[in-house]
Design a protein. Structure first.
Ligand SMILES: Nc1ncnc2c1ncn2[C@@H]1O[C@H](COP(=O)(O)OP(=O)(O)OP(=O)(O)O)[C@@H](O)[C@H]1O
Ligand SMILES: [Mg+2]
Length: 151
């Protein structure tokens, strides 16, 4: 789909409303394409009240003010998967919150199979982005199934 800022915000908010604990959203796309922008919209959908700040330097930021915790990763600076293990990423991935990972392609091996992958690319116009991701109803089903499998 081709989304402008408003469309991207709506998409993110909807994801934030429908995804549940243990969901992992992997965001893939070039520098400045809108990964943090989308994460901020997801946070809004979760009911997070604080502003979402890019975790570029901290790698992870946690937000607790929403319906469930939001764990926001930016793994741009991670060079080997061992660093992810050192951060205790599994505790987040299998915890009670929603995890969003910017630059997720860098740590693909560390991501669980139920990860929801969203790819963002630049569109023709300055304000357009091409977004490739699962349909939202499919997301919801997959999420519910993953939760059931985990018991
Ligand atoms: N359709 C759109 N969707 C998302 N962002 C858009 C769109 N059109 C313009 N923008 C702008 O693009 C910028 C995206 O910046 P953002 O920090 O979210 O990118 P990023 O992918 O997180 O970058 P980085 O790789 O540095 O983490 C914002 O300034 C936003 O306003
Ligand atoms: Mg970013």
């Amino acid at each position: 789909m081709v989304l402008d800022e408003q469309g991207m915000q709506d998409y993110g908010r909807r994801l934030g409303r429908l995804l549940g604990p243990g969901s992992i959203l992997a965001l893939i796309g070039d520098l400045g394409v809108g990964k943090t922008f989308l994460t901020a919209a997801v946070a809004e959908g979760l009911g997070v009240t604080e502003p979402v700040i890019s975790p570029t330097f901290t790698i992870i930021r946690e937000y607790e003010s929403g319906r469930i915790p939001l764990y926001h990763f930016d793994v741009y600076r991670i060079d080997d998967p061992g660093e992810m293990d050192a951060l205790g990423c599994d505790e987040y991935f299998y915890g009670g919150g929603l995890t969003v990972v910017e630059w997720a392609d860098k740590i693909a091996e560390s991501l669980p199979p139920q990860t929801i992958v969203v790819e963002i690319g630049y569109g023709e116009k300055e304000t357009e982005r091409i977004v490739r991701g699962p349909r939202l109803d499919a997301c919801k089903e997959r999420d519910a199934r993953a939760r059931k499998d985990r018991g």
